[in-house]
Each structure stands twice: as structure tokens, then as C-alpha cells.
Write a protein that binds this ligand. Sequence first.
Ligand code: WTA
Length: 656
Amino acid sequence: MNEPTIEDYFHEDRVFPPPASLQAGAVVSDESVYDVAAADPEAFWADAARTTLSWSTDFHTTLEWDLPFAKWFIGGELNVAYNCVDRHVEAGNGDRVAFHWEGEPGDTRTITYTDLLDDVSRFANALRHLGVGRGDRVAIYMPMIPELPVAMLACARIGAVHTVIFGGFSPDSIVDRVNDSEVSCVVTADGGFRRGAPAALKPAVDAALPSCPSVKSVLVVRRTGETVEMTAGRDHWWHELREQVDAECPPEPMGSEDLLFLLYTSGTTAKPKGIMHTTGGYLTQAALTHAWVFDLRPETDVYWCAADAGWITGHSYIVYGPLANGATQVMYEGTPDTPDKDRLWRIVERYGVTQLYTAPTAIRMFMKWGDEFPARCDLSSLRILGSVGEPINPEAWMWYRTHIGGDRCPIMDTWWQTETGAHMITPLPAITALKPGSATRPFPGITAEVVDDHGDPVTEGGGYLTLTGPWPSMLRGIWGDPERYRETYWSTYPGRYFAGDGAKVDADGYLWLLGRVDDVMNVSGHRVSTTEVESALVDHPAVAEAAVVGATDPVTGQAIVGYVILRAGVDGSAELVEEVRQHVATKIGPTARPKAVMVVPDLPKTRSGKIMRRLLRDVAEGRDLGDTTTLADATVVEEIRRRAAADADAPGGGAN
Ligand code: WTA
């Protein structure tokens, strides 16, 4: 009964107080916001909803909570596209740039809020022309071009529900998602530019649609100019319809709890879940967190979230949050190393980017590439940095701070999920003292607790991260499967939302995310988090990125096997590997010392950049690979397997 919860090994003592330079004029400059919100969270969110958004009808009830089903801002009506576009134009800010867009080949477009209003209205009319109405589902399968947010906002304008399918997904993934939500219209493009060449998208839609009986029409945006097949009666060019439709499209007033979008999470093995997000609560929390966490000053800032709009990060922090706040943004189509590994830093310099929001996987890749690429560019416009998607290892955090943030910019390590819709655990830039690798504390109005195996709160040490109350942008369910919703998120610890992540609380009450609990290793009865061992590996100056797994071991139950990517120019000798193993023992203790460490050129990742430890476990245990459909690059695991086999044949080789 008394199994230990996740153990706490990694100690990080560095603390960075909020920079004084940010305090003057900060959106939030006073700790008291936490107390105000804690004293009456419903009043806090009601106030946020009214001050952040424009409602066509005010709500009469802030919250109805019938665990696990929440309704927020009941009786209220609003239109999301109106909030993200029209009201900024009405307020006299039509000339403000909404997007500085840059294509991978170097072509650029500047889109003001007035331009955006015109595009969104016409796009909405084009959808209507194709028979799309309130409540209908529209799938969007697009490259990172301005028409992607335009299509999302056009759906919101007429009350249609979008489901964005990441442009890297295969026809099979399109079929699953389109059929699950019975999509009637698909928006796509001929293709986009990736790695210096056009990458086609429309053919994947053509391959999928014969298996998708609900789809009646396809709206195609021309981007690359490559030849595509157009099926008569079904497929329509956006640039042709654009000229035929009206320039005006009154926004449809929507109920606060009307569905805004579905976004499918692939999970690890099971059928993708259509996560449901509704209108008023979602937009309130996306907009408020965006303004507070990035200290947004819309008149002067140039904000850049470098995620793809196909993920929740892009939904909440490229489209809905920033546009609701009237932000000026950068949007980039392509890969970060085209034509060279300094592409992102050139963009920061060119547009004077003030906030940059990216993922640990990208940061570790920049570390691997080397310091010289950011050093070539003037990054002095940056004020605030953000991180999302995985735990950020303290050394990656320090690298980000030093080489991108000029030792000046605070890093907002934001923990949240597709399901939570918006930031949940995060610092605030002008008031939170930062510790490298800690997401710090819940956002005002959010309540989180770390619990042990019995569901009892842990005041210091490791355990499971739970959320203890409803929040406005929470998922409202899984499309078509309310039971699965209850079962997946609300049944492990009664009355609590369990997110599937391990976390620890330190003596100051700071939260440290420890990775997915499915990945926790059990070494001689000690439950060791992958995150802590990986952070200890990345702490070694030769290592840029690391993944560890627990492989079955006759003696210790599981043994830790580490896979590391070295920094550019470092040679992976047997001595270095031994030194790296020892480094872990010194840094966090002998229990956590990996039994073997293997140098690899790359790690298996999902298309959104998360390490797939499950596949590494298969390799470490010599099994056939499990489901690899969510893998971004299938050749990576084969290469690791080949090296593992070579090491096994060469006694004293890399994996000792
Ligand atoms: C992980 C992305 C540690 C976590 C917004 C979560 C993080 C999953 C962090 C959700 C963070 C996200 N620190 N882990 N700052 N942010 N995660 O749905 O495991 O793509 O449960 O949403 O990513 O991933 P999703």
C-alpha cells in the first residue's frame, strides 16, 4: 500500500528575481492578484470575462459546476471573431499590423487588422456559400500561412466548429478525425514550403476523402502554385470564391457554451480524442493568460509564438489569445534551419520581436547547433521568453536565458495541455522569482495540488499533479464520448482532474513538472522521474538533449538507459559516455545513475516535438516497435536500433 510516490532527486538552487526593468508599466505588477483571485475565483473570472472581452449579451450566471461538467458565463452571448478582429478596427486600430508573415522562401506579407477583417468576412461568406452553417464541423489542413488563422476565425464568425489537423499528418489521420466529427467541409491548400521546397497538402486530402462520406466541399488556398487536381462540384479555389462573395459578414452571436472547436489529441496508443472547447470561457482564459504571462503591450510589442497553429499552443497563443488582445505578431511558415540555422534569430532581429514563445525540444536543438547562430543577430528587442510542451531542463533553461534572452529576459515556463485550453501553471514576468526548470505556481484563479498514491496532498516532495476546481478554458468533454471524458480525467483521484503528469513541490511551494507518469521508472523500488535524470544528463556540458527509459532488469526491476545527443563538435568517446554516467550519479545520486548511456544522432519524437520514450523502451528491451504512427521521423528509431546492435557486438563500446 505504501509505495513511494515519485522521488525527488534534482536540486536546483539558482533563483532569478523579476527584472526591475519590467516592473514599470507591467500589465501585472502586484502579487495581490493571487490573493484577490483566491478569495473568490468565480468573481475573479467573471471580472476577467467582462473586462477582457466584448459580449453582445452579458451573462447572468458565472459558473454551473456539476463535476466533471462545467458551464461558464451562462446566458452570455459573444462572437469570437468579433472579439479578435472587428472590435480592434472599431476602436481605431485597423491600421495596426496583426501579422508580419514570412514565408520560408523569404516572401513576406503584412496584414493589418483591417485586412484581417476583410479576409475573415469573405472567407466566412465563402464557407456559407459552400453550405456551412452554425454547428457544422469544418476540418482545416493547412500550412502556416495567414489563411490558416483566417479560416479558423471565419468558422468562429458564422458559428461553425473547426477542427484543425496538423499539416504533417497523413491521409489516415485525416480520415479518422473527419469521420469522428462528421466534417462537411475541408479547408486546405495546394501545399506549403518546408526545407526549401514545396510540400504538397491537397493530395493527402484527395487520398483521404473517398473514405469520408460526410464531406461535401473542399476550399483550396493557393500557396505554392504547384498543380493540384480539383474535383468538379466538390473542390473550390479560395481566390476565385473570394471575388464572388460579399465583403461583409455580420458576426453570429454565439452562446458562451457553444462549441468553438474540436482538437484531436493522439495520446500514445488509443483512438484520438476530440477535445471540445467552447466559446466564452475559452476565450476569456486564452486572452487573460496571454496578456498577463507575456506582459502584452499591444501598442509596441511584436509577439511571436513559433508553434504551429495545428496544435493547441497555436490555437490559444497565435490565434485566439493574441488576436483578442489586439497584438501584433510574427508568423513564419517554414523550418528553423532554412536557409541556415540562424533563421529564427534573423526574424527576431528583422521585426524587433519582443516576446518569443517556443518549446524545449526547439531550445535543445538550438543548443545542439551551437551558440554562434543566435550570436550573429541582434536579439536586444526581446523582453520575455516562453517555453511550453515538455519539462524544460535547467541547463536548457539557462542556455535560453543566456544566448537568446541576453541574461535579461525572464522565461515563462508555462504548463498546460490541449485539455486545459490555456496556461495553468506559470510565472508572471514582473512578479515571480524564477527557478530554472520550475513552472512556479498556478495562474491566479487556478488551483492545483500535488497528491500521493492515495490522493492526499503532498506539501513537499514528488507526486501527481491534479487540478482541484473548474477553470473557464477547461475542456467540456470528448466529442461523442462523455463517459471516456469522466473516466480519463476525473476518475483516478475522486473530485480531481488528473492530467497524467508527475510533479514535485519544493520547500517554497514551487511546482516542478516531472513528465508523464507513464514514463516514471522503478529502480530497486525507487520511483525515478525521467525528467530529473534527463536534466542531470543535459547538465553535463557535452550533452544537448537526453531521453531516459526504464528497461526491464533482472536485478533492479528496471534499469535506467539513457540516450543522449551531444552538442555540435563534441566527440562521443567511451570515456565521455562514462563521464556522463558519473555526472548523473554526482548530480542527483547513485540510484539514478544510468546503467547504460548511448550517443545517438536524434531522438524519436511526436510531430509536436515530444520525446516518445515508449519506443526507446522497446529498443532497450529488444522488442518490436509498438505503434509508430505518431512518430515524426520513423528512420530515427531504426538508426538507434542499429547502433544498439553494433554496441552489443563490440564489447566495451558506447553502451556500457
Ligand atoms: C507536457 C501543450 C512540463 C505535459 C500545451 C502535458 C509540459 C502535455 C509543459 C500536454 C511544461 C506541456 N512543463 N511539461 N511547461 N507544457 N507539458 O496537449 O506532459 O500538446 O500534459 O499541450 O505536455 O501536451 P499538449
